[in-house]
Design a binder for this molecule. Structure first.
Ligand SMILES: [Zn+2]
Length: 446
């Protein structure tokens, strides 16, 4: 792989310790790693990418998704339902998925993320009907070229046992643990610069047993992998926890080993003050999904209070059945707006949101090798053209990126490999993938 020199950025946002923003700076990529950042760099033989008129940032990091849901966007019965009703509408459709649906829907979701400047994403796959496996999504990520943290999700409490999902979509707990071990052993890479890291992720406290939550935590510690689930998403979720477990979700998580720097929880809209303190103290991470929280009417996550207490927060698009878009740049703007509608116009700045979307997300996912543009870090770099219509007339190009757009990246590099060039995917034929996806959606709807 030849060196790549990104030249003369209008502003290069380093996200280094001093949060430096460098006007007119260059960035040199060598062997998948950032080799140098500075002015007037020279690299004979390097491929040169001109970045005049562009803001250069670390690639965005997506901390929560269900890629398979790109196949169930805007489903009529789920458009206006609250969380539990929404799930009950979609479960029977998801029960008809198989390996092809998982692969193609992941390609679509990953490409959509890439086009919105995302270089590293997690995924939470918690149902495996008709022979679907975690590696269906890993294959898609390898083709698209994103850094990928798939999590082996699971549901084990079906309707007949008082759970929410139909029995056809749940698995036995012994089989779940066996497959968790299989996918960690087969695909998890703990090395710096890893393109795939696997996590363990029972779907939610209302779809698996207390025993599986505990066993998954023990297994994760034994294997040195991370833990992820949904927590405290809305009022129904809190009521279920109080009724079934006799405690709030934070207490339930702590009792079962689900706090710590190797754990991150999606949503956390309803965390109270003591739970925020618990998360801060234990370095437990949060995936904040502002559009999904709006779409399902779940509420406004207390992100300001979390950040002020020292909780690690990243952004997530969440699944495309509850967003229904998968554009991570759009989530930045929505995160800013939501904190402001709750707490006032000074509640969150554009630069803080950009930090949450890059460095914050990398921390939540346990990556100390991604999230900033500093020599030695992996070369995950987003180049945003702010010379177009979206930001025309803006006075501050970095703030404009969040406040105005564009929400589509011009170039994206992951591990030094170009994934998006001039706003188009270079790693796959997007038209063909979209046609295949639409054919699958039509088949599911028939
Ligand atoms: Zn989710």
């Amino acid at each position: 792989m030849s060196d790549i020199l990104i030249r003369k950025a209008r502003v290069l946002v380093t996200m280094d310790g001093a949060r430096r923003e460098l006007a007119g700076a260059d960035l040199l990529i060598r062997g998948g790693v950032i080799a140098a950042v500075g002015h007037g760099l020279s690299a004979p033989g390097a491929e040169v990418v001109e970045a005049a008129g562009c803001v250069v940032t670390p690639g965005l990091v997506n901390t929560h998704h269900h890629l398979y849901q790109t196949l169930t966007r805007a489903v009529p019965g789920g458009q206006d339902a609250l969380l539990f009703g929404w799930l009950k509408t979609l479960y029977p459709i998801w029960a008809r998925f198989g390996p092809e649906e998982m692969f193609v829907s992941a390609q679509v979701g990953l490409a959509e993320l890439a086009l919105s400047g995302c270089s590293l994403t997690s995924d939470h796959l918690y149902l495996y009907p008709n022979g679907a496996r975690l590696e269906d999504t890993i294959a898609a990520a390898a083709e698209v070229g994103l850094r990928f943290h798939p999590t082996r999700g699971a549901m084990s409490i079906g309707e007949s046992l008082g759970g929410l999902p139909p029995d056809a979509l749940v698995e036995g707990e012994a089989a779940i643990l066996e497959d968790m071990i299989r996918v960690v052993d087969a695909f998890h890479d703990p090395a710096p610069g890893a393109m795939v890291r696997v996590g363990l992720a029972p779907c939610s406290p209302f779809s698996v047993s207390r025993g599986l939550m505990r066993d998954a935590a023990l297994l994760a510690r034994d294997k040195g992998v991370m833990l992820h689930t949904h927590l405290a998403e809305n009022d129904e979720d809190i009521a279920y926890s109080l009724a079934q477990f006799g405690c709030r979700p934070g207490q339930y998580a702590e009792d079962l080993g689900w706090t710590g720097p190797d754990v991150w929880h999606a949503h956390c809209v309803k965390l109270d003050g003591s739970e925020i303190e618990l998360f801060a103290r234990s370095l437990t991470g949060v995936a904040h999904c502002p559009c999904s929280n709006c779409r399902l009417g779940s509420g406004i996550a207390p992100v300001r209070a979390m950040r002020d207490s020292g909780v690690r927060v990243g952004l997530g698009v969440d699944g495309s059945a509850s967003n229904d878009a998968g554009n991570l740049a759009a989530e930045m703007r929505q995160a800013l707006l939501l904190q402001r509608v709750a707490r006032g116009a000074d509640a969150m700045s554009a630069r803080e949101v950009l930090e949450i979307a890059t460095l914050g997300g990398a921390q939540v996912l346990g990556r100390d090798d991604c999230g900033s543009l500093v020599p030695g870090m992996r070369a995950d770099v987003a180049v945003w053209d702010v010379s177009g219509i979206e930001a025309a007339g803006s006075w501050d190009p970095v703030a404009a990126l969040v406040l105005c757009g564009p929400q589509r990246v011009r170039h994206l590099f992951v591990e030094g490999r170009q994934v998006v060039r001039d706003g188009q995917m270079v790693t796959l034929d997007l038209g063909r993938v979209v046609r295949r996806q639409n054919a699958l959606a039509a088949r599911l709807a028939s």
